[in-house]
Ligand binder design. Sequence first.
Ligand code: COA
Length: 270
Amino acid sequence: MNMPEQIPTIQACFETLLLTEIQPGIYLLTINRPKVLNALNTTVLSELAEAAELVDNDSNARVLLITGAGDKSFVAGADITEMSTLTPLEGKAFAERGMAAFRRLEQMKIPVIALVNGYALGGGCELAMSCDFVLASENARFGQPEVSLGITPGFGGSQRLTRLLGRAMAMELLVSGRAMNAQEALQRGLANHVYAQSDLLGEGLALADRISLNSTTAIQMTKQLVQRGQDLDLENGCVMESDLFGLSFATPDRAEGMQAFIENRKPSFV
Ligand code: COA
């Protein structure tokens, strides 16, 4: 990926992640284990949860972009070397750590965008599905190959893939272990857009800029509506929507957004 020329501020020191405020309010989180195609070990999983917490606590944060170091892989799965030594109880604890990290990312107040710059296999596909949107490079490959290692998905893959693609296609991918290329992921609704790898970060930033113009409070409420709503029946989902719609009228951003429209100027949200 093409990185901006100016060296941005490093926000925190992690062993396996690079966290950078690449533009005011726009954070870029890079999983940085390129020698093992950014495989997720215990340290990465713990640090992902810490990084999500850190960014979420910054009231100026607007968007989090997540990618993998290098131009070959987003994340090639959970770390097989580490997993090969785990007992059943340690395996369960490993899965719970990954679940907690991905749930923390999913529940962030701000939108989280996966920039999938290559392999997104196993835990990598699960990580991408925990983000709010996926922008993929042309060389991206998505899949859940766990059955080829004699295990099941462990970080939510069987659940999120089924919700995203429907039962039949999720079942096919999960039991065959075959990977989808970027175009198939786009066609099936797993990826929002596919770009040349050299354009991926620029397109991610352009989307982040566009999002940053809007009210963060309204965005936060909208995320809740979509995420909680998908597990509710339509009637209860619509009740939740009218409740949050009403609540949004109590916010300074509602007053500013509507006043700005009436005065034919751009809003300045808090
Ligand atoms: N865990 C640990 N190490 C991994 C890894 C993983 N999930 N994926 C790749 N690596 C390591 C390889 O062991 C290799 O290390 P080495 O250089 O010390 O031998 C290095 O990353 C490069 O991988 P390599 O397999 O040589 O690259 P490739 O281009 O030939 O193949 C993949 C790329 C992604 C197809 C292949 O690495 C692969 O199948 N990885 C495992 C994918 C998987 O099953 N993920 C789900 C895990 S639950």
